[in-house]
Design a protein around this ligand. Structure first.
Ligand SMILES: NC(=O)c1ccc[n+]([C@@H]2O[C@H](COP(=O)([O-])OP(=O)(O)OC[C@H]3O[C@@H](n4cnc5c(N)ncnc54)[C@H](O)[C@@H]3O)[C@@H](O)[C@H]2O)c1
Length: 421
């Protein structure tokens, strides 16, 4: 009989995975959010990952009832792993998922974790939790696996069916089984890690490396700003070297790059090493919104200004509002006494209000109204702006702040000032 699979958590990671696996297997997807399952059953995906047509045509079953998941051969857990207010790993969703799966699994089930964790979580925290709730023995009566997720929402090239998947199982048979399972959806682009801890470590270092590289470029931008050089021009020149790493300065928000380095540093500390570079990178990137607010404030002439921020989601062309640094920038500018309006054509208006208290601007028809327009997220719409649109938004002698470098090729009239990183 073919393996049947349950996916636990149908968010940015779980849903596309479930849809891909459902092409070859009997798959049921579960989410604790009844709103999420209700919407998905109505073929509506608020994350924008799956179209109505894809959802309608898929054999994926969706449920908010745990009893529908009893006795599955494979459970794949894709729940959030954020940090708490002290920037410590918050494993509560993961543990809740383990408690649920422990009551549903059968002898021989394989439980695979895709959520980003620090090394040891799968075997030393999730395994015992599953043992306790199921009464079964880990490694004998049920088996653990880990396969980090690398897909990149908003990126049409690196989708779950195209990228190399790292897999590791508690036994070589489980590793092989996972290689076959994931290989069936991505053209067999599989790397089998030495063991589960190695696979867990690979994922957190990948994202911490990106964070540190961006932090370095952000620090370069801070130095350039002090010295009057254009960071973009310095980077354009440096990029001509064959081994220069191509990163750009900017805000680092979201639930991965801004979070995973804390998982790595937590793991480092519990093992007796005080991480310096990792946390320094975090400090720089977390401080960028305040740094930018100060710089922008200095560029504006004195007094209360009307400022428009274009983009609230944490990354381009994705409605994900988690850990939005544009929100931090807006709040820092508000604290400096300015009037802030925020526009974002991609995010959910109600969510923006609930999470950040912003009533998003419905359209961009306030002609010559703003003293300053800040391009904060490079949504496709904003990238397609021309000089005419930008100038129409802003007063004479207003300031256009191009944080993403998306309007660099645009000639602006002398009546408008320009500032970038
Ligand atoms: N989004 C990404 O780009 C990305 C990329 C790689 C790795 N990851 C990692 O994958 C994991 C999931 O991230 P995401 O972006 O899909 O999160 P998400 O918030 O989009 O989705 C998680 C889903 O899990 C549900 N959930 C929470 N607790 C649950 C539980 N106990 N049982 C069942 N469902 C539960 C939530 O309601 C939500 O719908 C995280 O560890 C994240 O770090 C995310």
């Amino acid at each position: 009989m073919q393996d049947n699979i349950a996916i636990i958590g149908l968010g940015y990671v779980g849903l596309p995975l479930a849809l891909e696996l459902a092409k070859n297997f009997d798959v049921i997807g579960f989410d604790v959010s009844v709103r999420r399952t209700r919407e998905l059953k109505a073929h509506q995906d608020r994350t924008g990952v799956a179209s109505r047509e894809t959802l309608r045509n898929s054999s994926l079953r969706i449920t908010s009832t745990t009893n529908d998941l009893v006795g599955r051969a494979i459970y794949i857990v894709t729940v959030p792993t954020p940090v708490d207010s002290e920037k410590q790993p918050d494993l509560s969703a993961l543990l809740n998922a383990c408690k649920a799966v422990g009551q549903l699994m059968r002898k021989g089930s394989i439980i695979v974790f895709e959520s980003t964790v620090y090394p040891g979580v799968t075997e030393e925290i999730c395994g015992p939790e599953l043992e306790q709730t199921s009464g079964l023995i880990s490694g004998k009566e049920f088996f653990l696996g880990y396969s980090p997720e690398r897909m990149n929402p908003g990126d049409e090239e690196h989708t779950v069916d195209r990228i190399t998947k790292v897999v590791a199982g508690q036994t070589s048979e489980v590793t092989q089984k996972l290689a076959q399972l994931y290989g069936s959806i991505n053209g067999k682009k599989i790397f089998t890690a030495k063991n589960i801890k190695t696979a867990e470590a690979a994922k957190v270092i990948e994202n911490a490396q990106r964070d540190i590289n961006i932090a370095f470029i952000n620090e370069v931008a801070m130095i350039c700003k002090k010295t009057g050089l254009s960071t973009h021009e310095v980077l354009t020149a440096a990029r001509t070297k064959w081994n220069f790493l191509d990163f750009v300065p900017g805000l680092v928000g979201g639930h991965c790059i801004g979070v995973d380095p804390y998982y790595l540093s937590y793991w480092s500390k519990i093992n007796g090493h005080n991480p310096e570079v990792i946390l320094a990178g975090r400090r720089i990137n977390d401080g960028m919104a305040v740094f930018l607010a100060e710089k922008i404030n200095k560029e504006l002439t004195q007094g209360r200004k009307k400022i428009l921020i274009l983009g609230l989601s944490f990354k381009a062309n994705v409605p994900d509002l988690r850990n939005s640094k544009s929100a931090d920038l807006a709040n820092a500018l508000k604290r400096q006494g300015h009037d802030i309006e925020v526009h974002d054509p991609v995010v959910d208006v109600a969510e923006a209000r609930t999470v950040y208290g912003f009533d998003l601007l419905k359209n961009l028809q306030k002609v010559n109204y703003f003293d300053c327009v800040i391009g904060s997220v490079s949504h496709k719409t904003y990238c397609s702006f021309d000089s005419h649109i930008l100038v129409s938004l802003i007063k004479n002698d207003g300031l256009i702040v191009d944080l993403k470098g998306m309007w660099q090729g645009i000639e602006l009239p002398k009546t408008v000032r320009r500032w970038d990183l």
